[in-house]
Design a protein. Sequence first.
Lengths: 529, 509
Amino acid sequence: MSGDLTRLTAHAMAVALRSGETSSADLAAAHLGRIEAEDHGLHAWLAVDPPAVLAAAREADAALARARAEGPAALAALHPLHGVPVALKDLVSVRGMQCTAGSRILEGYRAPYDAHVTERLRAAGAVILGKTNMDEFAMGSSTEHSAYGPTSNPWDLDRVPGGSSGGSAAAVAAFETPLALGTDTGGSIRQPGSLCGIVGMKPTYGRVSRYGIVAYASSLDQVGPFARDVRDAAALLHAIAGRDARDSTSAPVPVPDGLLHLPASDDEAAAGLRGLRLGLPREYFVEGTEAGTEARLREAVAVLEASGAHVDEVSLPHTDYGLAAYYIVAPAEASANLARYDGIRYGLSVRVGDVLGDYLATRGRGFGPEAKRRIMLGTYALSAGYYEAFYGKAQKVRTLIKGDFDAVWASGVDAIVAPTSPTVAWKLGAKLDDPVAMYLSDACTLPVNMAGLPGVSIPAGLSDGLPVGLQLIGRPWSELDLLRIARGYEGITATAAWRTVEPHGLAELRAVGCPTPTERAAALGAGDR
Amino acid sequence: MAPADGLAAVLERYEPVIGIEVHAQLRTASKMFCACASAGDDAAPNTRTCPVCLGLPGALPVLNRRAVEQVIATGLAIGATVPPATRWDRKNYVYPDLPKGYQISQYDLPLASNGSLTFDTSAGERTVRIRRAHLEEDTARLVHASLPGGRRVSLVDFDRSGMPLMEIVTEPDVRSAEEARRYAEELQRVLRYLGVSDAEMERGQMRVEANVSLRPRGTEPLGTRVEVKNMNSFRSVERAIGFEIERQAAALDAGETLRQQTRGWDDTRGLTYVMRDKEDSEDYRYFPEPDLPPLRTDAAWLDAIRAGLPELPASRRARYVRDLGLSAYDAGVLTATRETAEFFEAAVAASAGDGRPRASAKAIANWVTGELARLVNAATGTPKGRIDRTGIGPADLAALAALVEAGGVSGTSAKEALAIAFETGEAPVSVIEARGLGRIADGDAVRAVVDAVVAANPAAVADYRAGKAQAVGFLVGQAMKATGGRGDAGAVRAAILARLGATDTEGAA
């Protein structure tokens, strides 16, 4: 097949694989080539094992050949992801592979088992390309809290890709992979999706099994897809979603096959918007929302209305308390989830001679500042005498936030449209010394986690040359509806000029001697001073 | 002053207030949150583990429904309340035997609360309130060892990690060391009856801890509490608590202030020692386990569990005394295990009706607790080491007891037949028939034996004739011996008297 294979969407790859125009091995090789050539300046990946990737791709090709020999029915029975490369955030367990969760404390640990989503991807025939960079234990909004150095934003290599799934988002935006998985605890898929100008979805809590996913905050974590278009994101969600008996919080809710049949035609997709009732929450234009972000969102609303959707302002009155409540609940759960990293069984182990000493030394050296901060926050919030004032109250706020959304649904609203992030991507280092400023970048996404709802961020134009995301929030289990709306918006904006703009950093990435994000961060820091 | 006297004197002045905490390992096929097989004693270390019970990153717990049912069954058996919904909580603490850094336990919504247990003591029946019973996971086992070269290391065996554990906590209702032991013994019986735990203390399947404090008789406020651990048998429970009562009394008498401590029992030295001070109570930072959704216990489920409950030992004991006229002692022995009680009751049932000779409940009880128990105990560790697995059925034993009561076989022969039956698997009554162990009551046969005995013991015959009546007893004994115990003692005696009388008559003629 002529042309750059890495520019294809996953669904285009599926067509080319079935027609024999390309092979999984060719796709793998093309992406491995790009990673090899260009990731130096991006640092989206923490682990790529080319021989293993090519072996998996050849296996996919063999299965493809068998299906082709069997006939059209066998070929059609293959999952759309068959033979397609997928990146995994480095907290998804893959048997035999590293799983650092971006932390020094898991250095050297190799997962002895596959996560549920890994099994599902293998069953679908997808080719696991490698593991991507992330904020340590998914704690962060910029990927700068990775123990292995930051990742750059392909749109401006001096800027962050968002986080915590920044490696996955940057890799997809930079055409290093068509698809990637991330996790979203407070916005960690949607926010980097927004900042990198791609599609990122957090499914309903319980939609995707967490078995084998390194836990940050168990009651909020959810695995979800990144892709460059809505149909690809839907297909990846289809592959990983569904009940898993090993995760007691995974729900026995059927996964609609409609996820594989979103309209291919832009007009057909756009027509689906007619008559929809959308809500625009007034509280989501939080303090610090950039004018460009707000302008893009208002334009998106206007476009949706022009396509026959009704957009009404709605109120989610407890939004303001979401951030504070989140920063009690998530660190509290994290303080327990991270207690297992004691240096006794796996990962980093610093020995000083006695059990307590080893423990303190291992954790002292193994955790970065943000992980330590949240462990302390959580430990404090759960302490005797403080539990009710902090954790107990935060859970009540959570109930109120859920109630806000329920009231909106009860009023007949089909979905909520909102900003994903109050700002576009910021400069490396800009918020690193101001945790609260960093936390604020998730103000519009974390209430969705608190309520357990599905949310998706889709590209909605540029502000100062940087991507702005539009967030769609739906009722529990309404992923298909949300993705149909997202696909509709994609349809009506298919010919918009901003869709033709490529990430500005791509050319620079190809240049020899492109600095690493760590080097850029250092230079920026020096410049600031 | 002898220790016993010391304790008696102490108890005149101080009232012990004791609460008991029991951890019982549940008898499930798999662990509490994963599919790993329940650890057996025989398994090599760290062979029954998986990502879940090793606490690997990303692993998640899935609740073992059977374990929940076992705790609910225990709760129902002790008359406790089961909440309509419950949940699990994380108990946070750090130790190498706890791979996740927290233990999944239950905090404020235990599966069972407000029950009680009634048991016998030397001072009569006692009832202790049980505050709660909850379900949690066990920790790994630490093995402290020396490497070649002498370096001391601690090894962790995760086979025990994640085993289901039921914690049963009493109110501070226990008032003596004996009561503590009796409570633990009765609880063990109940757990075994329910089939929820093997509850072998020596094997760590049942771990008893006691909170012991003293207060001057006639006062209300509780004294400083000391937790006593490492009591690995019922006997050590009683000894350790007895020691602790005396120790605390001596300290109080000496004007010392007791410290809130955890103390261990040293069985060899017969004393408790300080394990750690508990002045600062640990903060476990409990919070609801987000990886497990709340559990609803609907009425139909509880009803099904209730319907499956066996009759408990206390009820059986009362029934045996009341309805079967057995002594409290016999009732206690017969109900020591569920299989013994069920065997006994089946034998009693088999003995009733169908027109054959019947054995009394007392007679059956004697056989069950006597000869059969002796044979079973001797077979400990073999397949026949349990009363319900010897091959001798309850009906077989009932038939044997009935035959003895009807005089069809001597007690000695019956025991012999039972022993043979125990070996061969035949029915004891068949053994008696096949081997001719039945009574020799036939006139000619008895006379033949008596003639021989009289002929062989002229001295005894002479004694008798000289007026020593007791010589008859000797001759009866000799005759019984000659029949191998099968002779009917009454018939033999009559025949001897007749024989001696006949001789007199002939002599006089």
